[in-house]
Design a protein around this ligand. Structure first.
Ligand code: CUK
Ligand code: CUA
Length: 652
């Protein structure tokens, strides 16, 4: 970071400390008056009024020290509501699914919006014991084989598949920044059903679909490495590369990659199937921070997808680790003619987020170390000789711009990491204004604190809903009860549906580390199943008729059991010490929400079975003794009695 950036962070910290001091002094009973942008009141009067009304909408955009964010509906963001019309009462359903990444927890979280209630967690790159993910044969083999056998991942960018530029509810995709992977989540079951370990990528960061119809899912490789990373070129960073990978969403096969200059960061696809954009840093090809930030220019790279496909067709690639890799560096012959496969659009220092406007006209890259956003005119891209000429707007949005979302009414919303604000600005006004002008800024709202991504409802489609926006704030500091040195992060819900009234902060939601990005999808565009469909998997369905304990040979036993309230097929299962035992278990319940588990202490067995699901687990019975299999989901009044006894007889 530049000295300049460090200074503004220090200044920001001082301001926060001063605010905290003011608040703490007040709590000690000094009755300090707080100056709020829209009202100035004595804190005790304010609290009284707030308590009586139960809603504090006038404090939107305020310093935030008074507002628990829940409008009196339940304390620190853990209740069911929002404010007033945004309140979702007990038993009421939300308008939207929020699909949030869980960062290095490796999972995806499903929120209801606007309540911000966390509805479910979907394990992706992590093993998870409540759902048995990574504990049964099917999922543990997926993690070990296609998944590359890592124990964790770092999910950043969940993107939902689209047809005709609108959510089709089939899949969500998410990257693994840690181990260079992409995963697919089947939205029928909200379950991870495929993972690909992307060759030639260390750190798959950006993730995005090529629209309008999700032809590819792109994984944007961040770290530059030798393309044959086997000990050669260790000390020759010029020979390193980063790539984007085009993944077929059905097969999850990597179809091709393009190697480029510089590190890449985030990515987003145009709406018409031609362009894919990535931000990046380190045009210098350095390996230290100082080297990486020397130049004051980096690039937005615009990938011309049909031109790349032509090159692949024509055999213009090198196959590296099983993948056709097309040379997209600046020196590549494929970038010299009339139709370069990658256009390098120079932008100020290290742009971070990039997103295409709903109308498909512009790609907007956020400056990160520069206080502006670059508005790139997509139609002009093929026309201009100098790609820099495609930049048609450079509004000065504030310090530390990271990501930009849209409301479909011509506004962009950009997070300002250093200023701890969200800036709302007018896109066409930015195109008309002078470079570096603040005139296009419509409004700013304080968030708490240091936002990374923000996401508006259906912002990644051609037709955003324009009502809600979530600011995913990295720091919560004083916003929640202290739980020790590791503070929750703070996901704040902001209402953006009223251009005249302005942005309104509705709710704080504490989050476990650490959400990066989200997709917000109208509830009726996803149709999850209520129970499993046995047609959807290969495992044998076991019912009353087919349940058996079958000895296959001297050392192999296959236990096939149904599972239902309140029994397993066998009260007792006998095997010999040293046997390899496979248990196939089917939950034969057809009633929604009746889940059973099958846990066997000491053998590390943990199956979770939703209705009509079958899971298998294989283990070696190497410890003689008595082991109670028990049900881990509280399924009925006789749940505790739901047992089976595994008896392992000593071998001699
Ligand atoms: S990145 Cu985390 S704040 Cu991975 Cu999209 Cu910008
Ligand atoms: Cu079955 Cu508890």
């Amino acid at each position: 970071m530049t000295a300049n950036t460090d200074d503004s962070i220090a200044e920001h910290e001082q301001e926060l400390d001063a605010l905290r001091g003011e608040r703490d002094g007040d709590e000690a009973g000094e009755g300090t008056s707080l100056e709020l942008p829209r009202l100035s009141v004595d804190r005790r009067d304010f609290m009284k009024a707030a308590g009586a009304l139960g809603a504090v909408s006038a404090s939107a955009g305020c310093l935030g020290v008074l507002d628990g964010g829940d409008g009196g509906a339940g304390g620190q963001g853990t209740g069911t509501g929002g404010k007033g019309e945004h309140h979702v009462g007990p038993g009421e359903l939300d308008q939207y699914y929020g699909i949030l990444s869980g960062g290095h927890s490796g999972e995806i979280r499903i929120l209801g919006i606007p309540s911000m209630r966390e509805l479910m967690r979907v394990p992706v790159f992590n093993e998870e014991s409540a759902t048995g993910y990574g504990h049964d044969n099917r999922t543990s083999e997926m993690l070990a084989n296609e998944g590359g056998d890592y124990r964790w991942g770092d999910t950043h960018h969940p993107r939902v598949s689209q047809t005709d530029n609108d959510y089709d509810g089939r899949w969500a995709f998410v990257n693994d920044k840690a181990n260079g992977r992409m995963a697919r989540i089947d939205l029928k079951y909200f379950e991870t059903d495929a993972i690909v370990d992307i060759p030639n990528q260390q750190g798959t960061h950006g993730a995005c679909c090529l629209l309008p119809d999700t032809k590819y899912v792109f994984g944007v490789g961040e770290f530059r490495v030798p393309m044959q990373n086997d000990g050669r070129d260790l000390d020759d960073p010029e020979a390193y590369s980063s790539t984007i990978a085009a993944i077929d969403p059905e097969s999850m096969n990597v179809e091709w990659e393009v190697a480029v200059d510089g590190n890449m960061d985030n990515g987003d696809g145009g709406k018409e199937g031609r362009w894919f954009f990535t931000t990046g840093y380190n045009s210098e090809h350095g390996t230290t921070e100082a080297e990486m930030t020397k130049s004051d220019r980096d690039w937005v790279k615009a990938f011309d997808v049909p031109a790349i496909e032509e090159a692949v067709e024509a055999g213009d690639y090198e196959e590296i680790n099983g993948v056709p890799v097309v040379d997209g560096t600046r020196e590549s012959p494929l970038n010299q003619g009339d139709r370069p496969i990658v256009k390098y659009v120079p932008t100020p220092k290290s742009p971070h987020g990039v997103s295409v406007t709903p109308d498909g006209k512009y790609a907007i890259a956020s400056g990160k170390l520069d206080p502006t956003c670059a508005v790139i005119d997509i139609e002009q891209l093929p026309e201009v000789d100098d790609p820099a000429d495609a930049i048609v707007g450079r509004p000065r949005v504030g310090m530390g711009p990271l990501h930009t979302a849209y409301d479909g009414r011509g506004h962009a919303y950009t997070t300002l990491f250093i200023d701890s604000q969200v800036a709302k600005w007018d896109i066409e006004a930015a195109v008309d204004a002078e470079e570096g002008s603040e005139d296009p800024i419509v409004e700013k709202i304080d968030v708490h604190y240091n936002p990374g991504h923000l996401i508006a409802s259906e912002s990644y489609t051609a037709d955003p809903a324009g009502d809600y926006l979530i600011s995913l704030n990295k720091l919560s500091k004083d916003r929640f009860l202290n739980v020790g040195p590791l503070k929750p992060e703070n996901d704040q819900l902001i209402y953006i549906g009223d251009d005249e009234g302005g942005m309104e902060l509705i709710k704080d939601k504490p989050s476990f580390p650490e959400p990066h990005d989200a997709s917000i999808v109208a509830a009726d565009k996803i149709e999850p199943a209520d129970v499993y469909d046995p047609e959807d998997y290969d495992a044998e369905y076991v019912d009353e008729d087919s349940a058996e304990v079958e000895r296959i040979d001297d050392s192999t036993v296959h236990v096939k059991t149904y599972v239902k309230r309140n029994e397993y097929a066998f009260p007792e299962i006998r095997v010999q010490e040293g046997d390899e035992v496979t248990i196939t278990a089917t939950n034969v319940e057809t009633t929604s929400d009746i889940v059973h588990g099958m846990a066997i202490p000491e053998y590390d067995i943990d199956l979770a079975l939703v209705p009509q699901d079958t899971r298998e687990v294989t283990f070696t019975a190497d410890q003689p003794g008595v082991y109670w299999a028990y049900c881990s989901y509280f399924c009925s009044a006789l749940h505790l009695e739901m047992r089976s006894r595994l008896i392992v007889e000593p071998s001699d």
